[in-house]
Design a protein around this ligand. Structure first.
Ligand code: 5RP
Length: 223
């Protein structure tokens, strides 16, 4: 038996729990995706000075609620960044990029003192990348060259048809990678010429995960 009637109800619960933990006022970094969308709808409660958005979609949603959106170039640092994940493990390493916003998400997260990850428990995994393919943002002319390198790392890259990122690039979704050392693989893939960034968030993991489980909200820290 679950306290929640659906996965969306869990996402909403994680968002509600996060809003009680986030600083009031100030400038908040805001991620992208359906879980974060639940949070954005609650942000008027925090009376933010402004927000930094990790995607055009998030920017639009924030503006519709009357929340001022400022460019990252105009902000020195952020107290907090809040975002969802496609997968997260006990070290609070994550795979992100299901919504193709990984590059801007990683940039905004990099200037935040605290990364708060909000997920339902379907995202909690023992090893990253077994179920969810790893998104890699690639400069379009480098697509095939990068794909060949990813094959040499043991992956099966698939071109995400019809998707252009906010930065004008394409996404390769890489299946069957054995991600035993996420920090090392994040660096290795980022070093392939033509890769803008990859969806492993391990060099800068989350600081806390707010996880909605069948039994309620759990706040988890890295083991
Ligand atoms: C977008 C992301 C999202 O955080 C991730 O895809 C999770 O999305 P959702 O909350 O819709 O499950 O990385 O690029």
């Amino acid at each position: 038996m679950s306290l929640y009637s659906s996965q969306d109800a869990k996402k909403q619960a994680a968002a509600e729990a996060a809003v009680t933990q986030l600083p009031k006022g100030g400038i908040l970094g805001v991620g992208t995706g359906s879980t974060v969308n639940f949070l954005i709808d609650l942000l008027p409660q925090l009376q933010l000075e402004a927000a930094v958005a990790s995607s055009k979609a998030t920017e639009e949603r924030l503006k519709k609620l009357g929340i001022e959106v400022v460019e990252l170039n105009h902000v020195g640092s952020l107290d907090a960044y809040v975002d969802g994940a496609d997968e997260i493990d006990r070290h609070l390493h994550m795979i992100k990029g299901g919504g193709a916003a990984l590059t801007r998400e990683k940039i905004v997260a990099s200037v935040a003192r605290e990364f708060v990850c909000i997920v339902d428990d379907s995202k909690w995994v023992t090893q990253l990348g077994r179920e969810f393919p790893l998104p890699v943002e690639v400069i379009p002319m480098a697509r095939s060259a990068v794909a060949r390198k990813l094959v040499s790392l043991g992956g099966d890259p698939a071109y995400r048809e019809g998707v252009v990122t906010d930065n004008g690039n394409v996404i390769l979704d890489v299946y069957n990678l054995n991600i035993l050392n996420p920090i090392e693989l994040e660096q290795t893939i980022n070093n392939i010429p033509g890769v803008v960034t990859n969806g492993i968030f391990a060099l800068r993991p989350a600081n806390i995960a707010i996880v909605a489980t069948d039994h309620g909200i759990e706040v988890r820290h890295a083991e």
